[in-house]
Design a protein around this ligand. Structure first.
Ligand code: DQA
Length: 140
């Protein structure tokens, strides 16, 4: 499965730690790979600050991955292109947000991605990625 992190998530641990916690992206990815081994999932983790790079990775997932777990970051609220790419994925798509986007600013309440996601997890902190992987494991 593909674990895809969008813009600014490379700053995890240093960026607004009161909102996103102190765990780094490297910590999250290492934990995901470890949990993947336990669950029998091969986890390919990637991060990009560029919309087109994220879209290219999603295109790869159409044929090369059984599922996508994605935190699109701020593109969640702006990107029709990422939504369209995800809509083409035949397998499971899980949208993850570390923070509870619905309890934050109004512009974070709308997601272009949620209508094409199989499941949405928000507000569980980085534990949300563990939950997403466990869900994916039940589907593939
Ligand atoms: C986020 C929430 C988004 O609104 C924000 O732009 C992010 C991170 C989250 O994980 O809580 O970059 O996706």
């Amino acid at each position: 499965m593909l674990l895809l992190h969008g813009p600014n998530l490379d700053l995890l641990g240093r960026r607004e730690p009161d909102v996103y916690g102190t765990e780094t992206l490297a910590d999250v990815d290492r934990r995901a790979r470890e949990l993947g081994v336990e669950l029998g999932l091969e986890v390919d983790a990637r991060q990009s600050n560029h919309e087109g790079v994220l879209i290219d990775a999603i295109h790869e997932a159409m044929t090369d991955f059984g599922a996508v777990v994605i935190n699109p970051g701020a593109y969640t609220h702006t990107s029709v292109a990422i939504r369209d790419a995800l809509a083409a994925i035949p397998g499971t798509v899980v949208e993850v947000h570390i923070s509870n986007v619905h309890a934050r600013e109004e512009f974070r309440h709308h997601s272009y991605v949620s209508p094409v996601a199989t499941a949405v997890i928000a507000g569980a902190g980085t534990l949300g990625y563990d939950l997403a992987l466990r869900f994916v494991a039940t589907r593939i």
